[in-house]
Design a protein around this ligand. Structure first.
Ligand code: ADP
Length: 654
């Protein structure tokens, strides 16, 4: 076994690899960027090496710096985690050329599966069922359009270099083909520098079911059953589970055999996943599944497989890379119970799952597993850490295991309801709604489920009167006393100082709320609120509210839903209002991508002024009013939250 390894990754996966390595007595070297100098994975590792600035291109994607760090610290092997360099065959070549071991498959296996079209041709040859479609080299529009007709609409155009759902377009009708094709090509070119596509049949009622495979360097390959990852938004997974709901012995046998065949076809070594798409329109049938792609690395959702098979896949990875045989034979790998993973993200579900940033001022996971279940919290952040725009906004993976699916689902719901996160917008309420969704609970899931139920899954009910009252009370100054968690019971001192009603202003979303807090002679208090809320009286309350205070805010937790109340500072507000009229500030850190106007230009209200790229998305900054540009940010500038992007010239309003 290795004495020391380097982990070429960050966040929860780096922490997760360190835990297993430590258990095995292997020392760990972490690498980090500027933004991660104080990150959890750095704190957990035995030693850490700084590899560059915060953008991934200057740090986590710099194979040269990572290999140099491994050599300098005497690490013998490199674990790539997932994402970043994990599926980059040139990096594998760099690692092995330096005399180090890559903890993963060979460069040749990665190359064989790297492009969706070539991988599909290879799998067809190996006798693995592949989605009907065109995977050829020729790319003329006329040819692609005629192939689409042959395949039959609806079709899916996919970037052959694709990943993360980018460069993918579903086309319903031949008339829309050429426009969808240009869109997919544009996106693919920008994201992967390769605009070649494949066209395939869009599968009806599609379910995403994948098989975990594992190979060693002695020609052995096994599967560790399937995972269902059909709960997706923006073609990206949010809840994954094992086994797949409704799986039949016949389909399982066919899929796992095909997966092992695929792994053997490329002499696969290490952890890999064969992703299949399944047509569930007539239930799960053994002849209705097709190969989609292979991920030649450990997957984000690997913990559900570990929980149902009682294995540690990272331990297997280290053993196989160190030259050992697979720890178990196929017949020794058995399934037990049901596991579900929910990905907790900093994102705004109600705004189309827009990624969010922020400092996690308050972060509390359940202390213990819910009744009848076991639980794993996989995270790479602690309270006080930031979700920066540089990296994936995942905060944690909440993984539960129970004797059957209903038990695991109930445990997931209860664990989400006990999770408290304040400082950024998070998706816990959405995840809880999905876990409780009638179709999802029944196991009737397909990749379109979230889209169909989006409205219901993302609607946030207005806060209850009790929630608003708790926030008002906490904001009213009662919390001046330190270590104040329960506004309902800490009023003794408050009553002493404020015997008269006190007015407090709160902001919830776009709504301004005025509350009057008063303490009665008997020590009880009353919070009077404007309609639609009603007065809340302390002795009518059912439970102590759970809340968190953070700069300028109070967050109250009601089940898995968190309600953020801004507590405006009247002085700051006046300042802001004055500034707002002549300056535009960056709403989040990002890159100034395109500047459309120059100094001295007259602009009209609503005119796009510049594009800010943040959280891997483009945001157009438009003029809030007519005016003349006095100053504007330069193209290519990296700006932080609040940086002035545009200043208008002072104008005679006439
Ligand atoms: P990426 O590599 O960009 O993530 P995938 O090929 O893995 O792209 O596909 C992502 C998701 O898109 C799948 O999980 C599935 O939900 C959907 N999808 C892919 N291919 C098809 C298809 N032929 N028919 C219907 N849905 C599909």
């Amino acid at each position: 076994m290795f004495a020391k390894i380097l982990i070429a990754n960050r966040g929860e996966i780096a922490c997760r690899v360190i835990r297993t390595a430590r258990k095995m007595g292997v020392r760990c070297v972490a690498v980090y960027s500027d933004a991660d100098a104080k990150a959890m994975h750095v704190a957990m590792a035995d030693e850490a090496v700084h590899i560059g600035a915060s953008p991934v291109g200057e740090s986590y994607l710099r194979g040269d710096k990572i290999v140099a760090a491994a050599l300098a610290t005497g690490a013998q092997a490199i674990h790539p985690g997932y994402g970043f360099l994990s599926e980059n065959p040139d990096f594998v070549d760099q690692v092995t050329a330096a005399g180090l071991t890559f903890i993963g498959p060979s460069a040749a296996s990665i190359r064989a599966m790297g492009l969706k079209d070539a991988a599909k041709r290879l799998m067809e040859k190996a006798g693995v069922p592949v989605v009907p479609g065109y995977h050829g080299e020729a790319q003329e529009i006329v040819l692609l359009a005629s192939k689409a007709r042959e395949i039959g609409y609806p079709v899916l155009i996919k970037a052959r270099a694709g990943g993360g759902g980018k460069g993918m377009r579903r086309v319903e009708h031949p008339d829309d083909f050429s426009e969808a094709l240009s869109g997919a090509r544009r996106e693919a070119k920008a994201a992967f520098g390769d605009d070649r596509v494949l066209v395939e049949k869009y599968v009806d009622k599609p379910r995403h079911i994948e098989v975990q495979v594992f190979g060693d360097n002695f020609g052995n390959a096994v599967h560790l059953y399937e995972r269902d990852c059909s709960a997706q938004r923006r073609h990206q997974k949010v809840i994954e589970e094992a086994p797949a709901p409704g799986m039949t012995p016949a389909l399982r046998k066919a899929m796992t055999e095909a997966a092992v065949k695929a792994a053997k076809a490329i002499s696969y070594s290490g952890a890999g996943t064969i992703e299949f798409i399944v047509d569930a329109s007539q239930g799960l049938k053994a002849d209705r599944f097709w190969f989609m792609e292979m991920n030649t690395r450990l997957q984000v959702e690997h913990p559900v497989t570990e929980m149902v098979t009682g294995t540690d896949l990272v331990e297997w990875q280290l053993r196989v890379a160190a030259g050992e045989k697979l720890p178990k034979t196929q017949s020794e790998i058995t399934l037990s119970g049901h596991a579900i993973e929910a990905r907790i993200y900093a994102e705004d579900a109600a705004k189309g799952f827009l990624p969010a940033t922020g400092t996690l001022h308050h972060l509390k996971f359940p202390d213990a597993a819910p009744e009848g279940a076991t639980m794993r919290i996989e995270t790479g952040v602690r309270a006080g850490d930031a979700i920066s725009p540089f990296y994936d906004p995942m905060i944690a993976k909440l993984v539960v295991h129970g004797k059957d699916r209903p038990t695991a689902l109930a445990a997931l719901g209860s664990a989400l309801a006990q999770t408290e996160i304040a400082g950024s917008t998070v998706n816990t309420a959405f995840l809880a709604a999905l876990a409780a969704d009638r179709d999802f609970s029944a196991g009737d899931v397909d990749t379109g489920l979230i889209g169909r139920h989006q409205e219901a899954l993302t609607v946030v009910p207005p806060p209850s009167g009790e929630t608003v009252a708790a926030a008002a009370l906490a904001a009213s100054g009662a919390g001046a006393q330190a270590a104040f968690d329960d506004p309902w019971s800490s009023l003794a001192g408050y009553a002493h100082f404020h015997t008269v009603a006190r007015r407090t202003r709160l902001r919830h979303g776009e709504e301004d709320i005025l509350a009057r807090v008063s303490v009665r002679p008997d020590g009880r208090f009353e919070v009077a609120l404007d309609a639609p809320y009603e007065a809340v009286n302390s002795h009518d309350l059912r439970a102590v509210p759970r809340l968190a205070r953070w700069p300028g805010h109070i967050t109250v937790f009601e089940g898995a839903t968190s309600y953020n109340f801004a507590v405006p500072d009247p002085l700051a507000k006046a300042d802001e209002a004055a500034a707002a009229s002549d300056t535009l500030r960056a709403p989040m850190p990002g890159l100034v991508k395109l500047v459309r106007v120059g100094k001295g230009d007259a602009v009209t209200k609503g005119q796009p002024l510049l594009i800010l790229e943040a959280m891997k998305m483009e945001h157009t900054i438009a003029a809030p009013h007519d005016g003349v540009i006095a100053e504007i940010a330069v193209e290519g500038a990296q700006v932080s939250d609040g940086t002035v992007l545009v200043r208008f010239a002072e104008q005679d309003q006439g």
